[in-house]
Write a protein that binds this ligand. Structure first.
Ligand SMILES: NC(=O)c1ccc[n+]([C@@H]2O[C@H](COP(=O)([O-])OP(=O)(O)OC[C@H]3O[C@@H](n4cnc5c(N)ncnc54)[C@H](OP(=O)(O)O)[C@@H]3O)[C@@H](O)[C@H]2O)c1
Length: 402
């Protein structure tokens, strides 16, 4: 709001609470506007989910379809009477809309576009995933509007998947940093369960590595000498898991800058140093893969852990660059985004936490599927989708503030 007002002199802007996924709420939202007439509607909001499983709105529609398509059409239905008044003048006052929807695609025969069905926003029956939806709206005043939307087949090869043969965990030789506890330890266990041939367990204190069969290696990722010594010792690695991390809980206003420095030294520079030291090793061994353990806080910050979030955001950016740079040599780079895990790092957090063992398994599945990013929980998926909407979607406390 403040940004619009600063750029558009004299703009009258006011917020409207609107949930496109809640079809039954849209009329009330429009009524609340109390519009006499309307000239332009810009349908901009949308949801983009990367991965099945299917998610549904309260009304039982597939979430993206229900929000991006049905939500906008329902909103149009309630907005068009004032829009007709705005464009057509008083003689068209009260132009009421009827709508129609048809679906064509596998599993359903084409609906004759000339004889539309009543538009009632019914969810598609289970199993029906039409490849093409069409809509027709007719106003009693004689106007008509139509639209045809194509949706990609649900299992189409997605752009977020890497081309080429994905990494196989079975038979791989892995190196995990921060492997003496928490998520790192669970990665070591999950790697063995998935058939890894050898697992190097990197730790600042290798005597604390407890998983049977793992090869303990001393490594402090903030110490270049130690990083190079580890790479020299593990020349057969095909899968590098940059897991080591910490949280200083550095507050954005009050924490000393050294806390911020330590976060960046560890998450950004430490991970970069490991990736650079192991890149030639991976290249020589056929390409392989790198996993960078990021966070949902790469995409959303909290003031009380601003140092951590800033470092994870920078690590995300660095990971994106690494993915592009290493694609040349056939090395896959997978980022893990996850919110709270039940580990020491989040010991003081009382919010729900994911099981690190399950997250480690899901990440390895993502690696084998050739994913660029693994989003391990709903919150990470929601935050990623909200990024496209803007700060007010991520930080509700900003709503209505200038
Ligand atoms: N826990 C969460 O809620 C959460 C959420 C999202 C992402 N993550 C990320 O998940 C990863 C693992 O964290 P965790 O939850 O398992 O935390 P954790 O239980 O505290 O384990 C952190 C591990 O990283 C190691 N480490 C820290 N600094 C290091 C350094 N300079 N060199 C080498 N090892 C170092 C620690 O070694 P020491 O034992 O020697 O300290 C420990 O093994 C981190 O990248 C973290 O940011 C965690």
């Amino acid at each position: 709001m403040a940004s619009i007002r600063s750029r558009v002199f004299g703009a009258h802007v006011r917020p409207l609470q609107l949930d496109l996924a809640d079809l039954s709420s849209l009329k009330t939202a429009v009524d609340r506007l109390g519009l006499d007439h309307l000239d332009v509607v810009v349908h901009n909001a949308g949801v983009a989910l990367d991965e099945p499983p299917r998610r549904e709105t309260e009304d039982g529609h597939e979430l993206m379809f229900g929000t991006n398509h049905l939500g906008h059409f329902a909103l149009t239905q309630w907005l068009v009477p004032p829009a007709v008044r705005g464009v057509g003048g008083p003689q068209r006052d009260g132009g009421k809309l009827r709508g129609a929807v048809g679906a064509t695609g596998p599993g359903r025969s084409a609906v004759d576009p000339g004889s539309p069905q009543p538009f009632d926003f019914r969810p598609s029956p289970p199993g029906l995933r039409p490849a093409r939806w069409s809509y027709t709206f007719e106003s009693e005043a004689g106007g008509a509007a139509g639209c045809a939307l194509s949706r990609p087949p649900v299992h189409a090869p997605a752009t977020h998947r890497r081309e080429g043969a994905p990494m196989k965990v079975q038979g791989s030789v892995a190196f995990v940093t921060g492997a003496n506890r928490g998520l790192g330890e669970q990665f070591v266990r999950a790697l063995f369960d998935a058939g890894a041939a050898k697992v190097y367990a990197g730790s600042r204190d290798p005597t604390r590595v407890t998983v049977p069969g793992a090869v303990p290696v001393a490594v402090d990722i903030t110490d270049l000498e130690s990083v190079h010594a580890a790479a020299d010792q593990a020349q057969d690695v095909t899968l590098l898991i940059n897991n080591a991390g910490l949280s200083t809980r550095a507050d954005v206003l009050t924490a000393d800058l050294d806390s911020f420095r330590l976060e960046f030294e560890t998450h950004v520079l430490g991970t970069l140093a490991m990736s650079r030291a192991f890149a030639p090793v991976l290249g020589r061994n056929g390409g392989g893969a790198v996993v960078n353990v990021l966070s949902v806080l790469s995409w959303i910050s909290i003031t009380a852990s601003a140092g951590y979030a800033a470092a994870k955001a920078a690590e995300w950016s660095m990971t994106n660059a690494l993915r592009v740079a290493l694609a040349e040599q056939g090395t896959q780079v997978t980022a893990l985004h996850v919110s709270y895990l039940a580990t020491e790092l989040a010991a003081k957090v009382t919010a729900p936490k994911s099981d690190p063992a399950a997250v480690a398994r899901a990440t390895l599945d993502g690696v084998e599927a050739g994913l660029h990013e693994v989003l391990a929980d709903d919150f990470s998926r929601q935050v990623q989708a909200a990024l496209a909407v803007g700060p007010e979607a991520l930080y509700p406390q900003l709503a209505g503030r200038h």
